[in-house]
Write a protein that binds this ligand. Structure first.
Ligand SMILES: Cc1cc2nc3c(=O)[nH]c(=O)nc-3n(C[C@H](O)[C@H](O)[C@H](O)COP(=O)(O)OP(=O)(O)OC[C@H]3O[C@@H](n4cnc5c(N)ncnc54)[C@H](O)[C@@H]3O)c2cc1C
Length: 418
């Protein structure tokens, strides 16, 4: 039976141990949630000299940010809606901005998070290949500075070690990393810059006013601005829950592969992702385990169940791994808006939120952190691009999440097959 808990939690560089919030505190900005969105916002604000306090119900990176596939994918979901409010140059910049922020922070703060470049988008069908060809042309038009090329079936096989795909596109501008180590590294950088983080401090409510107060069981933070960054785990502001679906995704980690196995499944150490909505995504960890992720219609966290579901999918791609042991199996929750556009807005004039990145969160949360910090500082250009798109409200998205998400997954599974 695999371990309970994620491979990332077992291999984190440093276990954070920030004291819970006690007593009444004051700050320029209070951020709720210490995932990528909250920490990226806090670090950016701390770098600008703001006094920032981050209030986290669990631990830094406890949510999706410390559990994800670690695939650093370009692009902002729902771009076709965004293109109504932003010109091509701004959109292109936002597509890659998160990557740049991550690269800078890893370098500047010496964050050890196994950041590597190299990514293959794979195709099952000619229509997927046409999408990749369109992406390829966009990269050409922009003189994309990294290596990228379309791959035929054989070249895709050489890169991915499987015959499952008809083609793909290699892009050395995308990459992969250990997400929990990135999140913890950024949190420590924020603290070094003067930010305060409270763990084990569930926010019970926000008392709105000219200086909003964030209230927990044993304390409060009164601030000029509040940024809500609880994403799919958020539970205090009902208006933010009815506008996206909490969808689960799960990952298994094998025991470390032998050199021969590495050479046969992923010789170039690439992150690989298929184009389905009910997608599969996988890569090697730094210690050469295959981390294999897939979305399924399941709401529990039983590692045995996750292994029984995922292992056959992995072996279908890589029959040569028959008999391999699965050491870890875990899952987490992603926020998926109906129109896929990341949701940024206000619940009060001085209370902002950012959430709902639909599986592109590694990159886009870092863009969002910069946009939230800009917004607090009074620069609204990119905030307005998102905030002017009204999210589709779906009453019961949280309460009836299980049957609704099950129906949605079924619908997309059928579409993926067409
Ligand atoms: C299994 C899985 C695989 C994924 N794979 C990828 C991938 O390969 N590439 C990619 O780009 N994206 C991926 N994603 C998506 C990505 O992880 C998320 O989009 C991103 O991490 C969201 O970050 P966040 O900070 O907004 O939310 P989270 O990381 O979920 O953080 C929210 C935090 O807010 C806290 N919180 C909530 N409510 C309160 C409250 N009331 N009081 C205090 N704290 C509160 C929570 O405890 C949590 O720590 C994946 C997600 C999952 C689950």
């Amino acid at each position: 039976m695999p371990h309970t808990g994620s491979y990332y939690a077992a291999t984190v560089n440093e276990k954070t141990d920030f004291a819970p919030l006690q007593g009444d505190q004051r700050a320029d900005v209070c951020v709720i949630g210490a995932g990528f969105t909250g920490i990226a916002t806090a670090l950016n604000l701390a770098e600008r000299g703001y006094n920032v306090h981050v209030v986290e119900a669990n631990k830094v990176g406890w949510g999706a940010s410390g559990r994800n596939g670690g695939q650093m994918i370009s692009g902002v979901a729902g771009e076709k809606h965004l293109s109504k409010n932003a010109d091509d140059d701004l959109l292109w910049d936002m597509r890659w901005r998160g990557h740049e922020i991550i690269r800078q922070r890893v370098e500047q703060y010496g964050i050890q998070c196994d950041l590597k470049y190299g990514y293959v988008d794979v195709a099952f069908k000619p229509r997927h290949m046409r999408d990749l060809e369109e992406d390829f042309e966009k990269l050409q038009k922009r003189n994309f500075p990294h290596e990228y090329r379309l791959l035929d079936k054989q070249a895709t096989r050489d890169a991915t070690g499987t015959d499952a795909y008809i083609g793909g596109m290699l892009n050395m501008g995308n990459g992969h990393l250990h997400p929990l180590n990135l999140c913890v590294g950024e949190a420590c950088a924020a603290v070094a810059r003067g930010a305060t983080i409270y763990e084990g401090s569930s926010v019970l409510r926000i008392d709105h006013g000219s200086k909003p107060a964030v209230i927990t069981q044993n304390g409060s933070v009164t601030a000029e601005h509040v940024v809500i960054a609880g994403n799919a785990y958020h539970f205090i502001e009902p208006r933010l829950r009815g506008i996206m679906f909490p969808v689960n995704s799960f990952i298994i980690a094998t025991e470390p592969l032998t050199d021969d196995q590495v050479a046969s499944v992923n010789p170039m150490d690439l992150a690989i992702c298929d184009p389905n909505f009910v997608l599969q995504y996988y890569r090697l960890s730094a210690d050469k385990r295959l981390l294999f992720g897939a979305r399924i219609n399941y709401f529990g966290d039983d590692p045995g169940f996750i292994e029984r579901h995922h292992k056959p999918l992995m072996l279908k791609l890589y029959p040569q791994l028959q008999g391999i042991k699965i050491d870890y199996a875990w899952g987490g929750t992603i926020g998926v808006p109906l129109n896929r556009v990341p949701q940024m807005g206000r619940v009060a004039p001085n209370v902002f939120y950012s959430q709902g990145y639909s599986g592109h969160g590694v990159n886009v949360t870092h863009l969002a952190g910069e946009i939230m910090a800009d917004t607090v500082a009074g620069t609204m250009e990119r905030f307005d691009v998102f905030a002017s798109i009204k999210p589709t409200r779906f009453p019961g998205a949280h309460t009836f999440r299980k049957p609704l998400v099950a129906l949605g997954v079924l619908y997309h599974q059928i579409r993926d097959k067409l």
